[in-house]
Each structure stands twice: as C-alpha cells, then as structure tokens.
Design a protein around this ligand. Sequence first.
Ligand code: IPE
Ligand code: IPE
Ligand code: MG
Ligand code: MG
Ligand code: MG
Length: 310
Amino acid sequence: MDSSLLSLSKNQMMKIELYLSERKLLIEQALERLIPKADGTFSDLIKAMRYSLFVGGKRVRPILCLAAAEALSQEKNLIETLLPTACALECIHTYSLIHDDLPAMDNDELRRGKPTNHKVHGEAAAILAGDGLLTYGFELLSNPENVLSAERRLKICHLIAQASGPTGMVGGQALDIANENKTFPFELLQTIHRSKTGALISCSIQVGAVAAGASTEQEKDLLRYGSLLGLAFQIVDDLLDATATTEQLGKTAGSDKKHGKATYPKYFGIEKTKDIALETVAAAKESLASFDHKAAPLREIADYIYSRTC
Ligand code: IPE
Ligand code: IPE
Ligand code: MG
Ligand code: MG
Ligand code: MG
C-alpha cells in the first residue's frame, strides 16, 4: 500500500499536533490537581510516583478517552466530567511503564527521556510507585465525587480492571517475558501485542464511549476501532524500536533485539511491518464510517499513530 495515502498533509499535521498538545496540557493540569502532593508521611513514595507521571509522555490513552466521548456528544461539561477517568488511565499506563522497565522485566535505563524510575529511586521504591499508581487509578475511578453516574462508574471500573489485568495488559506482559528468545507462531505474537498494549488503548476508547452514553452499535464500532488502533500502536512501537534513535524515542532504541523480544519487524522485516501498520490503521478508520465530523480527532489520531516518530 502507498504510504502517502495515509500520511498527514502539512495542514492536517499542524491541526492534530495542536489538538494533541492542547489535550496534553489539559490532562497534565488535571493530573497535577488530582495526584497527591509529595509532602507529609508518604512523601518518598509519592515523589517516586510523580517522577514517572510528570517526566513526560504523549498521554495517548487519556486523549483517546476524551476524543471517543467527544465523537458522540459535544455536551458542554463532558470533558470536565471525564478528566478524573482519563487521568486514571494515565496512572495505570505509567505504572505499567515503571514495571516494564524493571531489571526483572525489560531492564531498561531510559524512559520518557529520563533515567527509569528504579535507576533514580531504587528497585523497591519503583515497584511500590507502580503499585501506588495502579491503585490510585482505581481510587480516582471509584471516587463517589466523580460526577459520572454510579452505574457508569462501575462499568468503567470493570472495563479498566479487565483491560489491565491477567487477561489484558498484565497477561500480555507475562507472555512477552515468558517468550523472550523463543520462536512461536504469528498468532501468539498478535495475542501478546493485543493484550500487553492493545487492551488498555482499546479500553480507553470504550470508556469514553460509555461515559458519553454510546448506543450498543456505536460502542461496537468504537471497540473495533480501538482494538485495531491498539494493535497498530504496538506494531509502530516495535518499528520505532528498530528504526529510531534513543534521543528521538526518549527510551533506549534497539532494546527489543537485545532482549530477544518477538516483534513484527522480527517476523516480517521493516518494510512489510510498515505495510501492516498502515493497513491496520486504515481498517481502524473504516470502523468509524458511521460517525460524523465529531469523530475527526479519532480519525486523525489514527493517522498520527502511524506516522509518529516517538
Ligand atoms: C509505551 O507507550 C509503551 C507501550 C505500551 C508501547 P507510549 O508510547 O504511549 O509511552 P508514553 O506514555 O508516551 O511515554
Ligand atoms: C510494553 O511494551 C507494553 C507495556 C505494557 C508497558 P514494550 O516493552 O515494547 O514498551 P516500551 O518499548 O518499553 O515502551
Ligand atoms: Mg516490555
Ligand atoms: Mg519495554
Ligand atoms: Mg517497545
């Protein structure tokens, strides 16, 4: 497939970059408000949690959550209402990164352009910072002050627990680690990618849809979009690990090869992997066929995920 078909025009790129940077700011302001301050009795732990949370990051999952809700409704307070939920997704994702980098996992030294959590705070503190972020995410989600209805809150908690847990992200991470330096059928590679990364991305979109009161049909379409986008996200992550520089990524390039990870480039080579990523993103966008202009950000985020450089 011709990669120019989906590459963003300069104008489009400027528009989506502006949208992403505005949304990133909104989320970071909300995180600053919602995450405990590093003072008092638990300050060492909270400092370690805040270190990884505020050191950088594209904030893709919370942005997708908000964009999915906006694709359905432009109700005035929707974004404000959804911010604690979006922030919870970022807390849970950041926990997954801290644990992913630990010596017993991918043993990486650089994350979001800075030394990894365990390099700065020590291994025990990094494990606990991850635990703290995971649990705090659910504290945000279940907080009765969270203005979403109790019914929607419960459904959202359940979806996020499923996507992060043993048949979602954690399950995928377990398969990823257990299959280092092994050869196995492509189907397992796809399962690893869908679970370790795809599940939380897909869930972020579904959560936005639930919060905005999606119909069963709309939720089904967004679920398909999310599942394809989540897979594409990890395929591009594999590609970048093999082709980009450490400086560009803010994490050590070539880490996958060094650790014998199963990746799309290892199975298909670079060029074919690019084609697969492009096709997956195109299919994700097709799932939005029945949505109107309000889904424009979701469409452009899909293109961005293919053409991103970090
Ligand atoms: C990296 O995620 C880990 C994967 C699941 C592939 P991101 O690429 O979203 O990392 P940040 O949040 O921007 O640092
Ligand atoms: C990890 O995948 C996905 C997570 C659940 C964190 P990777 O191990 O490829 O992520 P990076 O490349 O270290 O960000
Ligand atoms: Mg990993
Ligand atoms: Mg890793
Ligand atoms: Mg990677």
